[in-house]
Design a protein around this ligand. Structure first.
Ligand code: B12
Length: 207
């Protein structure tokens, strides 16, 4: 049961109310990531309604658009300003999956923490991950997945990176990822929140 008014507003697709609440919270000093969390919880509820047949694809699209508008407002607060350069990270949403709102938040936070992020976008073919990892000699590759059906393409992508002999750590993220998924697809780390992704990246780059 949602109790946060912002989570409720986005789950109810109340576009104007979401915009008002995001601005109000920023103005009253609420941390931008806390605002992202509220939005994320509301979107998960919209997803549940979709799953149970209360919402249809149109509502899901609308929900995504409201989130995108909110992120445009939050972006300047999430992108830190003068972090020192730490290194290259390749990131993308795996083949077959076009969800990118969560990945884009991770990209923003990593950039704000000083990383040079090579964002390959969504529905990324296996070879593109392999080629970019090689080209940028990235010590870390991030992969996003929200569709359970795309676990196999994530597994294949990771296998291809390993087979190519590239010396890189692989971090997977998405809201349903667990240790079991990490082990199944052969990744090194997993995260279900963008902030955990940044913490893991910092650990890897300080090794
Ligand atoms: C918005 C949305 C859409 C939008 C996406 C818009 C966009 N540009 O991304 C649209 C309408 C396009 C869409 C389409 C579909 N969707 Co959809 N969608 C959602 C919804 C409601 C919200 C996702 C979201 O953006 N959340 C907000 C962000 C901020 O959260 P997040 O993605 O979890 O990301 C956070 C973390 O997970 C983490 N993270 C994410 N990636 C990464 C990567 C790394 C490296 C790290 C460190 C961290 C990390 O950090 C983020 C911030 O903390 C979810 C519901 C849900 N529970 O997630 C369903 C959901 C994911 N969709 C679902 C489905 C079924 C579909 C469709 C198949 C529907 C259809 N019949 O066509 C299509 C698939 C299209 C495709 N090929 O990919 C299902 C998946 C079910 C399953 N088991 O696979 C869900 C779970 C809904 C449901 N409960 O049924 N969807």
């Amino acid at each position: 049961m949602l109790t946060d008014s912002l989570s409720i507003a986005i789950s109810e697709l109340e576009e104007e109310q979401v915009a008002v609440l995001v601005k109000e919270r920023l103005a009253s000093g609420v941390a931008p990531l806390e605002i992202v969390n509220s939005l994320q919880q509301g979107m998960a509820e919209a997803g549940n309604r979709f799953e149970s047949g209360v919402y249809f694809l149109g509502e899901l699209i609308m929900c995504g658009e409201i989130m995108q508008d909110s992120m445009a407002v939050l972006e300047p607060y999430l992108l830190g300003s003068n972090a020192e350069y730490k290194g290259n990270i390749v990131i993308g949403t795996v083949k077959g999956d076009i969800h990118d709102l969560g990945k884009n938040i991770v990209v923003m936070l990593l950039k704000g923490s000083g990383y040079n992020v090579i964002d390959l976008g969504v529905d990324v073919p296996i070879e593109e991950f392999v080629d970019a990892t090689r080209k940028y000699q990235a010590p870390l590759v991030g992969m996003s997945v929200l569709l359970t059906g795309c676990q196999e393409s994530m597994k294949d992508t990771i296998a291809a990176i390993r087979t190519a002999g590239l010396d890189t750590k692989i971090l997977i993220g998405g809201n349903y990822i667990t240790e079991v998924v990490r082990d199944y697809v052969g990744a090194d780390y997993f995260a279900t929140a963008a902030t955990d992704g940044v913490r893991i990246a910092n650990e890897i780059f300080s090794l």
